[in-house]
Design a protein around this ligand. Structure first.
Ligand code: ADP
Length: 323
């Protein structure tokens, strides 16, 4: 193996740059070349690539986003698009790929491998932490810290005005951000896609907190909760309790940005090196992840198909503390 291509694909996450830096420097360490592919799979299709060396990735470990940029490529979902991608890989003498992204990006790489036999290893970069085969995905810890920082600020104003704040956080299919940030920011209730919640239960929780002397409350709602969205929920609670002073805040894309936390930088650094080492050892169709603080590889099919479960102990913690 002489040259590895690296790309960031799908939704961006803080720490992708740290992973890129680790891939490039590991390549140099093992005396092989590295090429950055811009805009995810679009860069393969459009032959938009750049040779990288250790100094081209200086000063990026602390930067959010991805200097390679990321994209969602509809063309890569077609065989014609993937044929173009393959042609450009061959033209640039790239032997293998490191794909930093989520399960969509891994699915694309997997299909590409089956058709053109290009070895690849995936690195889980997504704030949602919903990828099987790793305890943590790159960007998750930073996103959690962004969320609790924002909720702490909302709590100040909620307390001053005796308000109930509904805060929507990211997580269309997974409640990891909501559950953990909710516990860390002292939420009265947390609504996640994995749990069957009801407006009645939420109202009971708020009534209980009021009776116990709480004058303001925070309710954390994952994007993907099943009760019609944060605005609808707030409306229904308001209808039942016209006396509540309710406000809704959608945190949105700020959760994707910012300088990566120490945890995400170290994780990204370890997984970037592991991916290069895996490829050099002749491995392919794997995802590098972290389990019990050890680097592990998971077959990509498993990483795509299976999902991390919400820990019921965490739900219990949230419930006990909302007493
Ligand atoms: P993420 O990697 O964050 O889950 P996406 O689901 O948007 O993000 O996937 C990123 C990209 O991976 C897509 O834009 C597409 O180019 C590629 N991809 C996803 N699914 C497939 C597929 N079934 N076949 C080919 N490429 C795919």
């Amino acid at each position: 193996m002489k040259k590895i291509g690296v790309l960031t694909s799908g939704g961006d996450a803080p720490g992708m740059n740290a992973a890129l830096r680790a891939v490039v420097r590991a390549c140099k360490y093992y005396d092989i070349k590295s090429v950055g592919i811009r805009q995810g799979y679009e860069g393969l299709i459009n032959n938009d690539m750049i040779e990288l060396g250790p100094r081209s990735v200086k000063n990026i470990i602390n930067q959010g986003g991805t200097i390679l940029k990321t994209a969602r490529s509809a063309e890569f979902k077609t065989i014609e698009g993937r044929q173009k991608a393959y042609n450009h890989l061959k033209q640039n003498n790239i032997d293998a790929l490191v794909v930093i992204g989520g399960d969509g990006s891994f699915t694309g790489a997997n299909i590409f491998h089956k058709e053109f036999n290009i070895p690849f290893i995936g690195i889980p970069g997504t704030i949602d932490n919903d990828i099987f085969g790793t305890d943590f995905t790159i960007g998750y810890d930073t996103a959690l810290n962004t969320v609790i920082d924002a909720i702490d600020k909302l709590r100040d104003t909620a307390t001053s005005h005796d308000r109930v704040f509904f805060v929507e956080v990211m997580g269309r299919d997974a409640g990891f951000i909501a559950l953990n940030s909710g516990i860390a920011s002292g939420a009265q209730d947390i609504l996640i896609p994995e749990e069957r919640d009801s407006v009645e239960d939420l109202c009971s929780s708020l009534e209980r907190s009021e009776k116990s002397g709480k004058k303001s409350s925070i309710v954390v709602v994952a994007e993907g909760e099943k009760l019609g969205g944060v605005f609808e929920l707030a409306k229904q609670v308001q209808n039942r309790h016209p006396e509540y002073d309710i406000r809704v805040t959608v945190l949105g894309h700020i959760q994707r940005g910012g300088s990566p936390s120490c945890h995400d930088r170290v994780l990204a650094s370890r997984l970037g090196i592991a991916a290069v080492e895996g490829l050099l050892n002749g491995q392919t169709n794997l995802m590098a992840g972290i389990r019990s603080n050890k680097v592990v590889f998971t077959p990509i099919d498993e990483a795509i198909k299976k999902h991390n479960e919400i820990d019921s102990e965490l739900i219990k913690v949230a419930n006990i503390l909302a007493i």
